[in-house]
Structures are given as structure tokens and as C-alpha cells.
Design a protein around this ligand. Structure first.
Ligand SMILES: N[C@@H](CCC(=O)N[C@@H](CS)C(=O)NCC(=O)O)C(=O)O
Length: 115
């Protein structure tokens, strides 16, 4: 199921502003992509292996090319970058998993993320 604004009245399935930097051949990216798939999320993959611009954006933000990295842009256009597959999975489950409650994931973001 692709996420959209109507899925949840509190907008908890709203994946606008989320994009995943990586590529399908990377096992750590596959780990994240399988969670994206099982949660039924619509998050675009920005392929850093095939698209030089994406690779450049990633290195500018992170200082290195390691993937996966989840880019999270808020309503104001401010971006945070979350590296490490295990952390990305934790974030997605906290925000979209069946135990996710309301907007508690926002606290998780401010506690765990820089940017
Ligand atoms: N601990 C990281 C490992 C990520 C990792 O090793 N990614 C590989 C691709 S599968 C990579 O980007 N290697 C190239 C690089 O580090 O520049 C994670 O779990 O996300």
C-alpha cells in the first residue's frame, strides 16, 4: 500500500519528505527496503550508484558515501540525515510501525538525530 495523506487522520503514514539514499544491491539497503516494503511505505530510493548528483548530495551532507542513509525533510524544508540501517529501521518502526502512537516519533527524532 502506498502511503498518502488519507491513510491516517493524524498523518502518521505521511511519507512526504522522506527519501532513502542507497542502491538495491547493497545488503544494508535491502534490510531497510524490506522494512519499507513490509510497512507499506512510499519512500523513494535515491540511487547513489547510478546517479552522480545523489552521490554528491550524500557526500556533501555526510562527508562520506556509505549507504543507506535516510533523508528526512520537515515541513519547513529543513533536512536531517539518518545513517545506519539499524537506526533507520528503528526510526521507521517508531514512526510507522504498529506500536507507533500519534506524533511521539517527533521526540524520537529530536533525541536521536543531528542536523
Ligand atoms: N553499518 C552500516 C554499514 C553500511 C555499509 O557498509 N554500506 C556499504 C554498502 S552495502 C557502503 O556504503 N560501502 C561503501 C562506502 O562505505 O563508501 C549500516 O548498517 O548501514
Amino acid at each position: 500500500m502506498a502511503a498518502n495523506q488519507d491513510d491516517e487522520s493524524d498523518g502518521s503514514q505521511d511519507t512526504r519528505g522522506l527519501s532513502l539514499y542507497g542502491y538495491p544491491q547493497c545488503p544494508f539497503c535491502q534490510r531497510v527496503l524490506s522494512v519499507v516494503d513490509s510497512l507499506g511505505l512510499d519512500i523513494s530510493l535515491r540511487n547513489t550508484l547510478q546517479e552522480a548528483d545523489r552521490q554528491r548530495e550524500l557526500i556533501e551532507a555526510m562527508g562520506r558515501s556509505t549507504v543507506p542513509v535516510l533523508r528526512i525533510e520537515d515541513e519547513a524544508g529543513e533536512a536531517k540525515w539518518l545513517p545506519e540501517s539499524a537506526e533507520i529501521v528503528r526510526y521507521l518502526n517508531a514512526r510507522f510501525g504498529e506500536d507507533a502512537v500519534g506524533t511521539g516519533w517527533r521526540d524520537w527524532v529530536s533525541k536521536h538525530m543531528r542536523g
